[in-house]
Ligand binder design. Structure first.
Ligand code: AHG
Ligand code: MN
Ligand code: MN
Ligand code: MN
Length: 337
């Protein structure tokens, strides 16, 4: 008999039976997020035919010009999630402040954060983009819900993942029990489990960083990359390869599949900012996935998941991937005079 395919729904049900990591409300939440990603995937696939490409001309709280798809993906996620009774509130890269579930719907116990469309600069050039999400539990000692409820360290996440819209649409999830991958079967209309227990090799010969910012980097980052570039003849004694897709989802996906190190470090362009990427809905979910796959994630000085956020749109320096490379980067930062 042919082996039965495991759908996303079945995976969640079986995880719940096995170790109770996915209570009913969380399962509903994850199913709804997966459904929303399916509809974002549809919109992405239609491209110019669906009239979804190009700029919306508006600006978000990050000071970035929004693409039409940034706004569409944000709306899809809100509309899909607000009525189910599993959420208290949501927060997104594309919204200034938190979105509290309206009174007409029941309030749930979870908080959902998302980067609705990651890799906006790649939308119009038909390169892989994605959706990143992170789930927290609302602290139950406070009535109502406020921004402060979201300001929990990444270690408090109860689920995190992303969906990449590439040659295949793939959903990647952790609930703290390893990393699983589901590929969208368009004929069936459902996500099917295609890989479990993903492990990132501890060593690598591949790095990802935007090299055009080299002159702005801090000394330890420059040292690390200089040594990679020196190749076989340098202190590392091996040649390195470089990739930079400019969609964090796509760069992290590659690292989960074959190892590597991804960096978007703090640099001197905007010294007052901690980095470019956002802690709550980019760095935290990706760091947890990477750790769950045996890798590591740091801002150079501290484990990203231990950082206590002070604001919703907080930014952070990010270095993640193969464990030994991230340890080396941490060591170079510690040795900095
Ligand atoms: P977003 O599209 O959600 O704003 O995120 C873009 C991020 C990230 O996905 C990527 O790694 C990085 O910005 C690319 O930045 P550069 O264009 O500076 O290389
Ligand atoms: Mn953006
Ligand atoms: Mn992003
Ligand atoms: Mn985005």
């Amino acid at each position: 008999m042919a082996q039965q395919k495991i759908s996303f729904t079945r995976y969640l049900v079986e995880q719940q039976r096995a170790d109770g990591l996915i209570p009913g409300q969380l399962r509903l939440l994850l199913e709804v997020v997966a459904r929303a990603c399916k509809s974002i995937s549809q919109a992405v696939n239609k491209g110019a035919l669906g009239g979804v490409l190009g700029s919306a001309e508006s600006e978000n709280v990050q000071g970035e010009v929004q693409k039409k798809l940034d706004i569409i993906a944000n709306e899809v996620l809100i509309e899909a999630n607000e009525w189910g009774g599993h959420l208290a509130a949501m927060a997104s890269e594309e919204m200034d402040s938190i979105y509290v579930v309206p009174n007409r719907y029941p309030q749930g116990e979870y908080l959902l954060m998302f980067d609705p469309l990651d890799g906006s600069s790649n939308i119009d050039v038909n390169v892989s983009i994605g959706t990143i999400f992170s789930v927290l539990k609302k602290p139950d000692d406070t009535p109502g819900v406020q921004e402060a409820d979201f300001l929990q360290a990444g270690t408090q996440q109860v689920a995190a993942g992303y969906c990449i819209y590439g040659p295949q649409t793939t959903l990647v999830l952790t609930v703290g029990n390893g990393v699983a991958m589901f590929t969208l079967d368009r004929e069936q209309g459902s996500f099917v489990l295609t890989q479990e227990d993903i492990q990132i090799p501890a060593d690598t010969k591949e790095f990802a960083i935007n090299m055009s910012n080299m002159r702005h980097w801090d000394e330890p980052v420059k040292r690390y990359i200089d040594e990679c570039l020196a190749g076989k003849e340098g202190p590392r004694g091996k040649d390195f390869n470089m990739r930079w897709i400019a969609s964090m989802v796509a760069d992290v996906h590659r690292i989960l599949m074959r190892g590597g190190v991804f960096m978007y470090p703090w640099d001197k362009r905007e010294p007052e900012k901690a980095g470019k990427l956002r802690l709550m809905y980019e760095a935290n979910p990706m760091s947890w996935l990477v750790e769950q796959a045996g890798g590591a994630a740091t801002n150079g000085k501290q484990r990203i998941l231990d950082l206590k956020p002070t604001k919703l749109h907080e930014r952070v320096s990010v270095m993640l991937g193969s464990r030994n490379e991230v340890e080396r980067l941490t060591q170079y930062h510690a040795e900095k005079p």
